[in-house]
Write a new protein. Structure first.
Ligand code: SF4
Ligand code: SF4
Length: 462
């Protein structure tokens, strides 16, 4: 195992204020189970899980609440024992509505249905278990990418025939401002990350491993060097220059192994790479060795309007209001609350939202930290073109969206946009370019889905 500097720098990128000092030295703190949890069936990319419980049911910690509902889907389990008060549509961290199980955790288990003791799933000896058993465990533990995208991990670890993983890349860049959850996981759980890597190499085959960490995290690099010191095979920690969006999957592949993922629908596996967030890798170790599904995660609660920024280990479904209360409440009324980081996160209008497996951060920002300027006309300065790491023309796309010309946005390759926010960050006209890209992508996806549905209906009618 060795530590090397990255030899590849991608085009574009920006340097936002990182503000990580607010929470970076706060050790992970487990919060008590709140009295009510809001557990969404849509905590991942793909089809929401199919809810299998109803109001009045009592569920134990770890019990299945929602079954995987398709190839790209993930199961959902109860993060605490309690009584199902209702199953209802609730707003999620990214603004969409999905079925959620509302759980009252203050109700004790009914007589005759005692709380089970011991692990939730039978622990596996990963050295003795075969590849299929390990893959099945990843699936039944409900693991999805915990860096934010939420892609089902069992799908990623099972490349299609003819595709082989040459490089397993661990994403520890955490380039989003304010967020320090992954940093704390690398610092405090490096041994679990090492075990997760061993298990993943058993599933994927003995591939090379690259662990990507930004240069501003020397303590995390030291912890990983210690944990991986005697690991077999081709393993390197790659120290990345500080540049946003270094944590984007495609840019990380380029920064670590110099390979370029072609345009969609190409995937990282098409260039021999599988990328997983460090928290996901630690979750794989827990699922296999301890039989512990993903029921909780570390979320950074930060910003200048929260009393005590922290890295909180909270059960899935913890309401944002309970997270804030655990961090001492509001220091002052926030002008903006963001689910995630300031670059790619979503502004939310309520704290009545439950955390999910992908909730990496919750930020409370005062009016001093929030731009108050109105969006203006483009002055053709070209700054967004220089910032875009995907070589797009963000100004052109945003003007096309303003003109309701989705076709022009599509012709300008808006579907390649990774929604990193680098274009909006430096725009002197304060144009909401990233939001325009999101709007155009949603319209295009909706049109494609409608076309597919129409084609399927026509086929059935024949
Ligand atoms: S157009 Fe998309 S990929 Fe390019 S900088 Fe803007 S958000 Fe990022
Ligand atoms: S940065 Fe803003 S003003 Fe400059 S070209 Fe891009 S959209 Fe126009």
């Amino acid at each position: 195992m060795k530590t090397v500097k990255s030899s590849f720098r991608f085009k574009g990128g920006v340097h936002p204020d990182y503000n990580k000092e607010l929470a970076r030295d706060k050790a992970i703190e487990r919060m008590p189970v709140p009295s009510e949890l809001v557990i969404s069936m849509s905590q991942h990319l793909g089809a929401p899980a199919k809810c299998i419980v109803k109001a009045g049911d009592y569920v134990h910690r770890g019990q299945l609440l929602g079954e995987k509902n398709g190839f790209i889907s993930v199961c959902v389990r109860a993060s605490a024992g309690g009584l199902v008060k209702s199953v209802e549509k609730r707003i999620g961290p990214a603004g969409g509505m999905a079925d959620a199980v509302i759980l009252d955790t203050t109700v004790p288990a009914p007589e005759g249905d005692p709380v089970p003791v011991g692990p939730i799933l039978p622990p596996l000896d990963w050295k003795a278990a075969d590849r299929e058993e390990l893959l099945q465990r990843v699936e039944e533990a409900g693991i999805c990418g915990m860096g934010g995208a939420g892609f089902p991990t069992s799908v990623k670890l099972n490349p299609p025939p003819g595709k082989r993983c040459e490089y397993l890349i661990l994403n520890g860049a955490e380039c989003e401002p304010y967020l320090t959850a992954d940093y704390r996981v690398m610092l405090e759980r490096a041994d679990r990350i090492r075990l997760g890597v061993e298990i993943m190499r058993k599933i994927l085959g003995m591939c090379a491993v690259r662990i990507a960490v930004e240069a501003t995290k020397p303590e995390a690099i030291a912890a990983l060097e210690k944990a991986f010191a005697d690991i077999d095979g081709n393993v390197e920690i790659v120290v990345l220059p500080v540049l946003y969006p270094q944590g984007s999957e495609k840019h990380q592949i380029f920064a670590t192994v110099g390979r370029v993922v072609p345009e969609p629908p190409a995937l990282p596996i098409d260039v021999g790479c599988v990328v997983e967030n460090v928290g996901t890798v630690a979750a794989i170790a827990d699922a296999v060795e301890k039989g512990e599904p993903v029921l909780e995660r570390v979320t950074t609660v930060s910003g200048d309007a929260v009393a005590e920024p922290k890295n909180v280990l909270a059960p899935s479904g913890t309401k944002y209001s309970d997270l804030v209360a655990f961090c001492g409440g509001e220091k002052e009324p926030p002008a903006k609350v963001i689910s995630g980081g300031t670059m790619m996160g979503f502004a939310v209008s309520t704290l009545d939202i439950g955390t999910t497996k992908t909730t990496s951060g919750l930020l409370l920002l005062s009016k001093r930290r929030v731009f108050q300027y109105a969006s203006g006309a483009c002055i053709n300065c070209g700054r967004c073109l220089r910032a875009c790491p995907m070589n797009l023309n963000p100004a052109l796309i945003s003007k096309a969206v303003d003109a309701n010309d989705v076709k022009a946005a599509e012709d300008a390759h808006v579907m390649d946009c990774i929604e990193c926010g680098a274009c909006s960050f430096g725009c002197p006209a304060y144009r909401t370019i990233t939001q325009s890209c999101r709007r155009a992508k949603n319209s295009i996806r909706a049109r494609i889905a409608a076309e597919k549905a129409k084609a399927a209906a026509a086929k059935e009618a024949k």
